[in-house]
Design a protein around this ligand. Structure first.
Ligand code: SF4
Length: 371
Protein backbone atom coordinates (compact mmCIF):
# COMPACT_ATOMS: atom_id res chain seq x y z
CA UNK A 1 0.00 0.00 0.00
CA UNK A 2 1.44 3.36 -1.05
CA UNK A 3 1.15 6.33 1.31
CA UNK A 4 -1.28 8.97 0.12
CA UNK A 5 0.51 11.88 -1.49
CA UNK A 6 -2.46 13.98 -2.57
CA UNK A 7 -2.75 17.28 -0.72
CA UNK A 8 -5.49 19.51 -1.99
CA UNK A 9 -6.50 22.96 -0.93
CA UNK A 10 -10.21 22.27 -0.54
CA UNK A 11 -11.98 24.30 2.05
CA UNK A 12 -13.35 22.23 4.93
CA UNK A 13 -17.08 21.74 4.49
CA UNK A 14 -18.21 21.93 8.09
CA UNK A 15 -21.41 23.66 7.17
CA UNK A 16 -24.45 21.61 6.28
CA UNK A 17 -27.67 22.59 4.61
CA UNK A 18 -30.12 19.79 3.85
CA UNK A 19 -32.61 20.02 1.00
CA UNK A 20 -35.67 19.21 3.11
CA UNK A 21 -36.74 18.68 6.70
CA UNK A 22 -39.11 16.08 8.12
CA UNK A 23 -40.59 16.59 11.58
CA UNK A 24 -42.08 13.89 13.75
CA UNK A 25 -45.44 15.29 14.85
CA UNK A 26 -44.75 14.28 18.47
CA UNK A 27 -42.06 17.01 18.69
CA UNK A 28 -43.70 19.54 16.39
CA UNK A 29 -44.01 22.16 19.15
CA UNK A 30 -40.77 21.36 21.01
CA UNK A 31 -38.63 24.47 21.47
CA UNK A 32 -35.59 22.74 19.96
CA UNK A 33 -37.56 21.71 16.88
CA UNK A 34 -38.64 25.31 16.34
CA UNK A 35 -35.08 26.56 16.80
CA UNK A 36 -33.66 24.03 14.31
CA UNK A 37 -36.28 25.00 11.70
CA UNK A 38 -35.58 28.70 12.33
CA UNK A 39 -31.88 28.07 11.79
CA UNK A 40 -32.63 26.50 8.39
CA UNK A 41 -34.96 29.04 6.78
CA UNK A 42 -36.59 28.57 3.37
CA UNK A 43 -36.47 24.78 3.42
CA UNK A 44 -39.56 22.65 2.80
CA UNK A 45 -40.82 21.11 6.07
CA UNK A 46 -43.02 18.01 6.08
CA UNK A 47 -44.75 16.90 9.28
CA UNK A 48 -45.16 13.15 9.63
CA UNK A 49 -46.88 10.78 12.05
CA UNK A 50 -44.61 7.80 11.56
CA UNK A 51 -40.84 8.45 11.18
CA UNK A 52 -40.36 4.83 10.13
CA UNK A 53 -41.86 5.80 6.80
CA UNK A 54 -38.64 7.65 5.99
CA UNK A 55 -36.15 5.75 8.19
CA UNK A 56 -35.62 3.26 5.38
CA UNK A 57 -32.63 1.73 3.59
CA UNK A 58 -31.31 4.31 1.17
CA UNK A 59 -28.00 5.40 -0.37
CA UNK A 60 -26.05 7.34 2.28
CA UNK A 61 -25.21 10.21 -0.05
CA UNK A 62 -28.91 10.83 -0.77
CA UNK A 63 -30.09 10.19 2.79
CA UNK A 64 -27.63 12.74 4.20
CA UNK A 65 -29.29 15.51 2.18
CA UNK A 66 -32.41 15.13 4.30
CA UNK A 67 -32.96 15.91 7.94
CA UNK A 68 -35.38 14.25 10.30
CA UNK A 69 -36.29 15.76 13.66
CA UNK A 70 -37.51 12.96 15.90
CA UNK A 71 -37.11 12.15 19.61
CA UNK A 72 -34.57 9.67 20.91
CA UNK A 73 -36.36 6.74 22.52
CA UNK A 74 -35.27 3.75 24.59
CA UNK A 75 -32.04 3.92 26.59
CA UNK A 76 -31.11 7.62 26.71
CA UNK A 77 -27.76 7.20 28.55
CA UNK A 78 -25.58 4.27 27.52
CA UNK A 79 -22.26 2.80 28.62
CA UNK A 80 -19.69 2.66 25.83
CA UNK A 81 -18.73 -0.94 25.06
CA UNK A 82 -14.99 -1.61 25.31
CA UNK A 83 -13.12 -4.60 24.03
CA UNK A 84 -12.92 -7.63 26.36
CA UNK A 85 -12.63 -6.66 29.99
CA UNK A 86 -10.88 -3.30 29.64
CA UNK A 87 -13.19 -0.35 29.30
CA UNK A 88 -13.04 3.24 30.47
CA UNK A 89 -16.70 3.35 31.67
CA UNK A 90 -17.43 6.19 29.32
CA UNK A 91 -21.12 7.02 29.01
CA UNK A 92 -22.65 8.21 25.76
CA UNK A 93 -25.73 10.11 24.67
CA UNK A 94 -27.06 10.43 21.14
CA UNK A 95 -28.19 13.93 20.27
CA UNK A 96 -27.88 13.27 16.55
CA UNK A 97 -27.77 10.05 14.56
CA UNK A 98 -25.52 9.96 11.47
CA UNK A 99 -23.15 12.57 10.15
CA UNK A 100 -22.50 14.41 6.88
CA UNK A 101 -18.70 14.58 7.22
CA UNK A 102 -17.88 11.52 5.10
CA UNK A 103 -14.98 9.59 6.60
CA UNK A 104 -14.13 6.51 4.55
CA UNK A 105 -13.84 4.37 7.69
CA UNK A 106 -17.02 5.63 9.40
CA UNK A 107 -18.70 2.63 10.94
CA UNK A 108 -22.09 4.37 10.79
CA UNK A 109 -22.19 3.57 7.07
CA UNK A 110 -22.71 -0.05 8.09
CA UNK A 111 -24.63 0.41 11.38
CA UNK A 112 -27.14 2.80 9.84
CA UNK A 113 -27.55 1.34 6.39
CA UNK A 114 -31.21 0.55 7.12
CA UNK A 115 -31.99 4.09 8.33
CA UNK A 116 -29.27 6.51 7.21
CA UNK A 117 -31.29 9.75 7.21
CA UNK A 118 -29.59 12.29 9.50
CA UNK A 119 -31.79 12.47 12.58
CA UNK A 120 -31.66 15.21 15.20
CA UNK A 121 -33.15 14.29 18.57
CA UNK A 122 -34.69 17.43 20.08
CA UNK A 123 -35.61 15.89 23.44
CA UNK A 124 -32.33 16.98 25.05
CA UNK A 125 -34.32 17.82 28.21
CA UNK A 126 -35.23 14.13 28.66
CA UNK A 127 -31.66 13.06 27.91
CA UNK A 128 -30.38 15.54 30.54
CA UNK A 129 -32.91 14.12 33.02
CA UNK A 130 -31.52 10.63 32.42
CA UNK A 131 -28.05 11.98 33.30
CA UNK A 132 -29.39 13.77 36.40
CA UNK A 133 -31.01 10.52 37.57
CA UNK A 134 -27.79 8.57 37.05
CA UNK A 135 -25.78 11.09 39.05
CA UNK A 136 -28.41 11.19 41.82
CA UNK A 137 -28.40 7.39 42.10
CA UNK A 138 -24.57 7.31 42.41
CA UNK A 139 -23.58 10.05 44.86
CA UNK A 140 -19.88 10.97 44.76
CA UNK A 141 -19.18 9.06 41.55
CA UNK A 142 -17.71 10.89 38.56
CA UNK A 143 -19.23 10.27 35.15
CA UNK A 144 -17.53 11.03 31.87
CA UNK A 145 -20.21 11.52 29.27
CA UNK A 146 -19.75 12.09 25.55
CA UNK A 147 -22.01 13.01 22.69
CA UNK A 148 -19.94 11.74 19.78
CA UNK A 149 -20.82 8.08 19.25
CA UNK A 150 -23.45 8.18 16.49
CA UNK A 151 -22.39 11.52 15.04
CA UNK A 152 -19.75 14.24 15.28
CA UNK A 153 -20.60 16.24 18.45
CA UNK A 154 -20.27 19.69 16.88
CA UNK A 155 -20.85 19.20 13.14
CA UNK A 156 -24.41 20.55 13.31
CA UNK A 157 -24.12 22.81 16.34
CA UNK A 158 -24.73 25.93 14.23
CA UNK A 159 -28.18 24.41 13.55
CA UNK A 160 -28.99 22.67 16.84
CA UNK A 161 -27.16 24.83 19.40
CA UNK A 162 -27.24 21.78 21.69
CA UNK A 163 -23.90 22.82 23.19
CA UNK A 164 -25.85 25.42 25.20
CA UNK A 165 -27.93 22.78 26.98
CA UNK A 166 -25.01 20.39 27.47
CA UNK A 167 -22.74 23.05 28.98
CA UNK A 168 -25.59 24.24 31.24
CA UNK A 169 -26.00 20.65 32.49
CA UNK A 170 -22.25 20.39 33.17
CA UNK A 171 -22.45 23.66 35.10
CA UNK A 172 -25.30 22.21 37.17
CA UNK A 173 -23.75 18.76 37.80
CA UNK A 174 -20.23 18.97 39.19
CA UNK A 175 -19.90 15.17 39.11
CA UNK A 176 -19.96 14.94 35.34
CA UNK A 177 -17.25 15.63 32.81
CA UNK A 178 -18.88 16.27 29.46
CA UNK A 179 -16.91 15.67 26.26
CA UNK A 180 -17.65 17.02 22.79
CA UNK A 181 -15.74 15.10 20.12
CA UNK A 182 -15.28 16.62 16.68
CA UNK A 183 -13.33 16.94 13.43
CA UNK A 184 -14.76 20.37 12.68
CA UNK A 185 -14.15 24.00 13.62
CA UNK A 186 -17.78 24.54 14.62
CA UNK A 187 -16.97 26.13 17.99
CA UNK A 188 -18.67 29.53 17.79
CA UNK A 189 -21.40 28.62 20.29
CA UNK A 190 -18.92 27.03 22.69
CA UNK A 191 -16.72 30.12 22.72
CA UNK A 192 -19.68 32.22 23.91
CA UNK A 193 -20.69 29.93 26.79
CA UNK A 194 -19.66 30.14 30.43
CA UNK A 195 -18.37 26.83 31.76
CA UNK A 196 -16.74 25.57 34.94
CA UNK A 197 -13.88 23.48 33.58
CA UNK A 198 -15.73 20.16 33.39
CA UNK A 199 -16.45 20.39 29.64
CA UNK A 200 -13.75 18.81 27.49
CA UNK A 201 -13.57 19.69 23.80
CA UNK A 202 -11.84 16.93 21.88
CA UNK A 203 -10.50 16.65 18.36
CA UNK A 204 -9.84 13.45 16.47
CA UNK A 205 -6.59 13.96 14.59
CA UNK A 206 -4.80 12.35 11.68
CA UNK A 207 -1.97 13.46 9.36
CA UNK A 208 -3.13 15.90 6.68
CA UNK A 209 -2.32 13.60 3.71
CA UNK A 210 -4.52 10.92 5.33
CA UNK A 211 -7.27 13.47 6.02
CA UNK A 212 -7.21 14.42 2.34
CA UNK A 213 -8.01 10.86 1.34
CA UNK A 214 -9.99 9.47 4.27
CA UNK A 215 -11.84 12.34 6.03
CA UNK A 216 -13.32 14.12 3.05
CA UNK A 217 -15.55 16.82 4.50
CA UNK A 218 -13.76 17.32 7.81
CA UNK A 219 -11.66 20.36 8.70
CA UNK A 220 -7.94 20.29 7.95
CA UNK A 221 -5.56 19.30 10.75
CA UNK A 222 -4.25 22.86 11.00
CA UNK A 223 -7.78 24.27 11.34
CA UNK A 224 -8.70 21.66 13.98
CA UNK A 225 -5.65 22.62 16.04
CA UNK A 226 -6.38 26.35 15.73
CA UNK A 227 -9.97 25.72 16.88
CA UNK A 228 -8.65 23.64 19.78
CA UNK A 229 -6.29 26.46 20.78
CA UNK A 230 -9.21 28.93 20.77
CA UNK A 231 -11.18 26.62 23.09
CA UNK A 232 -8.14 26.19 25.36
CA UNK A 233 -7.83 29.97 25.53
CA UNK A 234 -11.42 30.04 26.81
CA UNK A 235 -10.44 27.64 29.58
CA UNK A 236 -11.82 24.42 28.10
CA UNK A 237 -9.68 21.34 28.77
CA UNK A 238 -8.74 19.88 25.38
CA UNK A 239 -8.45 16.23 24.35
CA UNK A 240 -6.99 14.58 21.29
CA UNK A 241 -8.04 11.25 19.86
CA UNK A 242 -5.50 9.52 17.65
CA UNK A 243 -8.27 7.36 16.35
CA UNK A 244 -8.33 5.64 13.97
CA UNK A 245 -4.58 5.25 13.61
CA UNK A 246 -3.91 4.38 9.97
CA UNK A 247 -1.04 2.10 9.05
CA UNK A 248 0.33 3.68 5.90
CA UNK A 249 4.01 3.00 5.14
CA UNK A 250 5.01 6.52 6.23
CA UNK A 251 2.94 6.43 9.44
CA UNK A 252 5.85 7.14 11.79
CA UNK A 253 6.93 10.30 10.02
CA UNK A 254 3.34 11.45 9.54
CA UNK A 255 2.21 10.95 13.15
CA UNK A 256 5.47 12.50 14.42
CA UNK A 257 4.52 15.54 12.38
CA UNK A 258 1.00 15.68 13.93
CA UNK A 259 2.48 15.45 17.44
CA UNK A 260 5.01 18.14 16.61
CA UNK A 261 2.20 20.47 15.48
CA UNK A 262 0.29 19.78 18.71
CA UNK A 263 3.40 20.42 20.80
CA UNK A 264 3.85 23.80 19.09
CA UNK A 265 0.44 24.94 20.35
CA UNK A 266 -0.29 23.08 23.60
CA UNK A 267 1.26 22.47 27.00
CA UNK A 268 0.46 19.31 29.01
CA UNK A 269 -1.83 21.33 31.30
CA UNK A 270 -4.05 22.22 28.33
CA UNK A 271 -4.70 18.55 27.57
CA UNK A 272 -7.13 16.49 29.66
CA UNK A 273 -6.42 13.21 27.90
CA UNK A 274 -5.27 11.55 24.72
CA UNK A 275 -6.74 8.33 23.37
CA UNK A 276 -5.19 5.92 20.92
CA UNK A 277 -7.18 3.48 18.83
CA UNK A 278 -6.28 1.63 15.68
CA UNK A 279 -8.47 1.23 12.60
CA UNK A 280 -11.33 -1.18 13.20
CA UNK A 281 -14.34 -1.95 11.12
CA UNK A 282 -17.12 -4.45 10.65
CA UNK A 283 -16.77 -6.90 7.75
CA UNK A 284 -19.89 -5.28 6.23
CA UNK A 285 -18.25 -1.86 6.12
CA UNK A 286 -15.47 -2.91 3.74
CA UNK A 287 -17.63 -3.17 0.62
CA UNK A 288 -19.70 -0.08 1.46
CA UNK A 289 -16.57 1.99 2.03
CA UNK A 290 -14.72 0.72 -1.05
CA UNK A 291 -17.76 1.56 -3.22
CA UNK A 292 -18.18 5.05 -1.73
CA UNK A 293 -14.49 5.93 -1.36
CA UNK A 294 -12.60 4.27 -4.24
CA UNK A 295 -9.39 6.24 -3.50
CA UNK A 296 -9.18 4.86 0.02
CA UNK A 297 -6.83 1.90 0.49
CA UNK A 298 -7.02 1.45 4.24
CA UNK A 299 -9.19 -1.67 4.29
CA UNK A 300 -6.69 -3.87 2.54
CA UNK A 301 -3.47 -5.19 4.05
CA UNK A 302 -2.75 -7.03 7.26
CA UNK A 303 -6.21 -6.81 8.78
CA UNK A 304 -7.82 -9.70 10.60
CA UNK A 305 -11.17 -10.47 12.27
CA UNK A 306 -11.20 -10.45 16.08
CA UNK A 307 -13.47 -11.94 18.72
CA UNK A 308 -15.74 -8.87 18.79
CA UNK A 309 -16.42 -9.40 15.07
CA UNK A 310 -14.43 -6.34 13.99
CA UNK A 311 -11.44 -6.31 11.66
CA UNK A 312 -8.18 -4.90 13.04
CA UNK A 313 -4.49 -4.68 12.18
CA UNK A 314 -2.35 -7.60 13.30
CA UNK A 315 -1.61 -7.14 17.05
CA UNK A 316 2.17 -6.47 16.73
CA UNK A 317 1.37 -3.64 14.30
CA UNK A 318 -1.10 -2.07 16.72
CA UNK A 319 1.34 -2.36 19.60
CA UNK A 320 4.15 -0.85 17.56
CA UNK A 321 1.98 2.13 16.65
CA UNK A 322 0.78 2.70 20.24
CA UNK A 323 4.32 2.44 21.65
CA UNK A 324 5.69 4.83 19.10
CA UNK A 325 2.98 7.44 19.57
CA UNK A 326 3.08 7.29 23.38
CA UNK A 327 6.86 7.80 23.24
CA UNK A 328 6.51 10.73 20.86
CA UNK A 329 3.73 12.33 22.93
CA UNK A 330 5.74 12.05 26.14
CA UNK A 331 9.00 13.26 24.60
CA UNK A 332 7.48 16.16 22.67
CA UNK A 333 4.62 17.37 24.86
CA UNK A 334 5.20 15.87 28.30
CA UNK A 335 3.21 13.69 30.67
CA UNK A 336 -0.40 13.50 29.49
CA UNK A 337 -3.10 11.03 30.64
CA UNK A 338 -3.56 8.54 27.83
CA UNK A 339 -5.52 5.37 27.19
CA UNK A 340 -6.29 2.81 24.53
CA UNK A 341 -9.69 2.73 22.91
CA UNK A 342 -11.37 -0.60 22.16
CA UNK A 343 -8.25 -2.66 22.80
CA UNK A 344 -7.81 -6.12 24.27
CA UNK A 345 -6.61 -6.86 27.83
CA UNK A 346 -3.49 -8.45 26.30
CA UNK A 347 -2.52 -5.25 24.49
CA UNK A 348 -3.09 -3.19 27.66
CA UNK A 349 -0.88 -5.58 29.59
CA UNK A 350 1.88 -5.56 26.98
CA UNK A 351 1.82 -1.76 26.73
CA UNK A 352 1.39 -0.79 30.38
CA UNK A 353 2.49 -3.89 32.33
CA UNK A 354 -0.89 -4.84 33.80
CA UNK A 355 -4.55 -5.27 33.02
CA UNK A 356 -6.24 -2.40 34.86
CA UNK A 357 -9.56 -2.67 36.64
CA UNK A 358 -12.40 -0.50 35.37
CA UNK A 359 -11.81 2.01 38.20
CA UNK A 360 -8.08 2.13 37.42
CA UNK A 361 -8.81 2.91 33.79
CA UNK A 362 -11.13 5.72 34.83
CA UNK A 363 -8.55 7.15 37.27
CA UNK A 364 -5.92 6.97 34.56
CA UNK A 365 -8.06 8.88 32.06
CA UNK A 366 -9.88 11.42 34.20
CA UNK A 367 -7.17 12.05 36.81
CA UNK A 368 -7.38 15.83 36.63
CA UNK A 369 -11.10 15.73 37.48
CA UNK A 370 -10.79 13.38 40.47
CA UNK A 371 -10.11 15.31 43.71
S1 SF4 B 1 -16.80 12.57 11.75
FE1 SF4 B 1 -17.18 10.67 12.85
S2 SF4 B 1 -19.39 10.31 12.65
FE2 SF4 B 1 -18.80 11.82 11.08
S3 SF4 B 1 -18.38 10.65 9.23
FE3 SF4 B 1 -16.43 10.90 10.30
S4 SF4 B 1 -16.24 9.05 11.60
FE4 SF4 B 1 -18.39 9.21 10.97
Amino acid sequence: MKPPTKTDNRKPITDYTPTEIFVDNTVKTHKNTKRIINNLPNLPVTYINDPHEIKIPEKHTEAKKKLLISPLKGELLKVCQGQGEVCCQYHTIDLITNCHLECSYCILQDYLQNNPIITIHPNVDEICDAIRNKVRENPGKKFRIGAGELSDSLALDHITEFTTECVALANELKDIVFEFKTKTTNIDNLLKLKHQGNVVVAWSVNPQPYIDIEELKCASLADRLIAARKCADKGYPIAFHFDPLLYYPDWQEQYNNVISQISDLFKPDDIAWVSLGSLRFTPGLKKISMDRFPKSKIMTGEIFPMTDGKMRYFRPIREEMYRHLIGQLTNNIGKIPHYLCMETPLVWERLFGNIPTLDEVEERVAQRFIP
